[in-house]
Structures are given as structure tokens and as C-alpha cells.
Write a protein that binds this ligand. Structure first.
Ligand code: TYM
Length: 337
């Protein structure tokens, strides 16, 4: 047998919050890439419902969102037989490990997290301790599986860097315990940060109050086309990628993802044409790409029994791995097993 085939595959971990329908940003920046990594890596993907508790959730709607996020992840191409796909709260090791890591994370480090600063400004009436220690739960997610690589959008880079610092610190005190993970982030012209369609200087986000700012991957085709037609661009009427043209560049990145065209090819395709044709073409490429995902999603949501079988099996497989890390951590700390 050739040497490469006996080598173990590297491990990938990533997660998504079940706080709303996934946006085009979630899809392009992260979930689409998760699917493409399933052959090369051993992948573990998670619906991080505990992270979503940092903002108030209505229990009935939340339960439905957790399930629909699970189904949506599958519809985006995650095969629960090839990869481990599970719901975070169904594996108690995450909260357990997060507490240990909290004790190895500094107040100053957590205070510097830009997501904490943004979210505490957004939810000024509920700046809870969970919002503050959110990154150590995320570190637990990653480190429990000894993940080598973490595919995320650009906005999560700082959290993965903190995970590396926490793991390095723990290993420094107790000897090799955790693999030090690396983030895998798309290039900026391949969707590291998909911007709002209404304010191209702001990230496209599930929580944006303006419904025209973001595309949900469950939006029907006419809504998608309408939102792209009203996307904010500039007054130059020139399809070109680069600084000062953030709105157009964002649309070009999206179009490039779904057509496989480079920025130069897109510039050539729309040379001498107005923004109207361009925006319609971008919207159409997105609607065409999302349509099979939507079909699969609706099919999965109609089969709750199958979904349940998948997430229970996912949690069982996840726990078998994370349990080994948890035992190792407790032993190193001097706790009694
Ligand atoms: P979340 O749920 O906000 O987003 C899920 C993934 O989508 C990416 N993303 C984007 N990428 C490009 N452009 C955008 N506009 C955009 N918006 C979101 C995010 O970078 C992310 O990769 N803290 C994480 C969830 C998490 C996690 C983890 C991720 C918890 N534990 C462990 C990796 C590993 C979050 O809130 O993602």
C-alpha cells in the first residue's frame, strides 16, 4: 500500500449558530467549503445551539431553528455518513471542557474580542457572562476533536487565534494535550467576507434588521432577484473589482463563486454594459445555485424521523471522540476519573 494511503486524514471542525436561516455569507464563507473538504479530511460539523443562548431565544421557535439548521447544513452538502454532523448541546463535553478552558483564558484576552465588543453594543441590555466567555466555548468545540483545520469566514479568525493561544498555554503547563488548529479562510475575492447588499462596508449578517441587506439561502428566486436589483453599488456604471467599488466588488465575488469566473473574466463580460444587466445576472446565478439546496432542505424537513436518526448518531460519534480528550484533560489536571 502506498504510504499516503495509510496516513490518517487530518481533522476539520467547524460550527454554525442556529440563530436564523443561513445567509449567503454563511454559505459562501463557510458551509459551502465544509462540503468540499469531506473527501480530503475527517470532518466534524456542529450546530452550535449553546452559543446561540447568549441572546434570548423563544424556546419553541429555537427548537425548530436548531432542527432546520441541521437540515439546512445537510442540504448544503454535508453528508452525515461521511462527516460527523451533530448538535452541540447533545454532547455535554462541550460545556464541560469550556469551563476548564475558561480557567486558562484571561479576562484581557476576552475583552479584546471584536465580536464581544460588537455584540455587547448590539444587546446593551443583556451583556451576559456567556457573551463574554463565548470564545472559550468555541475553543472547547475545536480542541475536543483535536482539529487541525477550522474552515470559517474572516470574522471568526480572531476566535480561532485565541483558541490557538489557549491550547498553547494549556500544552505549556501540562504537556502535549491539544492539537494547535489553523483557520482556513477563503481569499477575499473568494468570499472571506460577503458584504451587506445595502451597505457594502458592513458584513452580511443574519441579524441585520434590513431584510434587503442579506440573502437567506431559503429566499425564493423572485425575492433573490429583487434584492440583487436593489443592491447598493456606485454611480460609475463600470463593473470592476477593487477599492472604492465595494458594492460592485461584492457582487462580482458572489457571481464568481457561482459561475467559476475570475474577476477579469467578469469585467470583460460586462464591459460597456450597465449595472442593470450585471445585477440581474448575479441574482440569477444565485437563485439557480440555491434552488437544489432548497429542494433538498424541504425534503429533509418533511422527514423528521430521518433527521432525528442522523443527529442522534452524530452526537454518539462526536462523544466517542470528545470523551477521549475530556479524559486526557481531566487526568492532566489531577481530577479523579
Ligand atoms: P456564525 O454562525 O456567525 O457563522 C457561521 C460561519 O459563517 C461565516 N460567515 C461569513 N462568511 C463570509 N461572509 C459573511 N458575511 C459571513 N457571515 C458569517 C462565519 O465566519 C462562520 O464561519 N462563532 C461561530 C460559530 C462557532 C464555530 C465554532 C465556528 C462556534 N464554535 C468552532 C468554528 C469552530 C459563529 O458565530 O458563526
Amino acid at each position: 500500500m502506498p504510504e499516503a494511503s495509510v496516513q490518517k486524514k487530518k481533522i476539520v471542525f467547524s460550527g454554525i449558530q442556529p440563530t436564523g436561516d443561513f445567509t449567503l455569507g454563511n454559505y459562501i464563507g463557510a458551509v459551502r467549503n465544509w462540503g468540499r473538504m469531506q473527501e480530503e479530511y475527517d470532518c466534524v460539523y456542529c450546530i452550535v445551539d449553546l452559543h446561540a443562548l447568549t441572546v434570548r431565544q423563544e424556546p419553541k421557535a429555537f427548537r425548530e431553528r436548531i432542527l432546520s439548521s441541521y437540515a439546512l447544513t445537510m442540504a448544503c452538502g454535508i453528508d452525515p455518513e461521511k462527516s460527523i454532523l451533530f448538535i452541540q448541546s447533545q454532547n455535554p463535553h462541550h460545556a464541560q471542557c469550556a469551563w476548564v478552558l475558561d480557567c486558562y483564558t484571561q479576562f484581557g484576552e476576552l475583552s479584546r474580542m471584536t465580536q464581544f465588543k460588537d455584540k455587547s453594543a448590539q444587546h446593551a441590555d443583556n451583556v451576559n457572562a456567556g457573551l463574554f466567555t463565548y470564545p472559550s466555548l468555541m475553543a472547547a468545540d475545536i480542541l475536543l476533536y483535536q482539529a487541525h483545520a477550522v474552515p470559517v469566514g474572516d470574522d471568526q479568525k480572531q476566535h480561532v487565534e485565541l483558541t490557538r493561544d489557549i491550547a498553547t498555554r494549556f500544552n505549556g503547563v501540562y504537556g502535549q494535550t491539544f492539537v494547535i488548529p489553523e483557520s482556513i479562510i477563503p481569499k477575499s475575492n473568494e468570499g472571506a467576507r460577503i458584504m451587506s447588499l445595502q451597505d457594502p462596508l458592513k458584513k452580511m449578517s443574519k441579524s441585520d434588521p434590513n431584510p434587503k441587506a442579506g440573502i437567506s439561502i431559503l429566499d425564493p428566486p423572485d425575492a433573490i432577484l429583487k434584492k440583487f436589483r436593489s443592491a447598493v453599488t456606485d454611480s460609475e456604471a463600470r463593473v470592476a473589482y477593487g477599492p472604492g467599488k465595494e458594492g460592485v466588488s461584492n457582487l462580482m465575488v458572489i457571481y464568481g463563486i457561482f459561475t467559476g469566473k475570475t474577476m477579469a473574466e467578469i469585467e470583460a463580460e460586462f464591459a460597456g454594459k450597465g449595472y442593470g444587466d450585471f445585477k440581474t445576472a448575479v441574482g440569477q446565478s444565485v437563485a439557480d445555485a440555491l434552488s437544489p439546496i432548497q429542494d433538498t432542505y424541504h425534503r429533509l424537513m418533511a422527514d423528521r424521523g430521518y433527521l432525528e436518526q442522523c443527529y442522534r448518531e452524530g452526537a454518539r460519534r462526536a462523544m466517542a471522540i470528545s470523551g477521549k480528550t475530556m479524559d486526557k484533560v481531566h487526568k492532566k489536571l489531577g481530577l479523579i476519573l
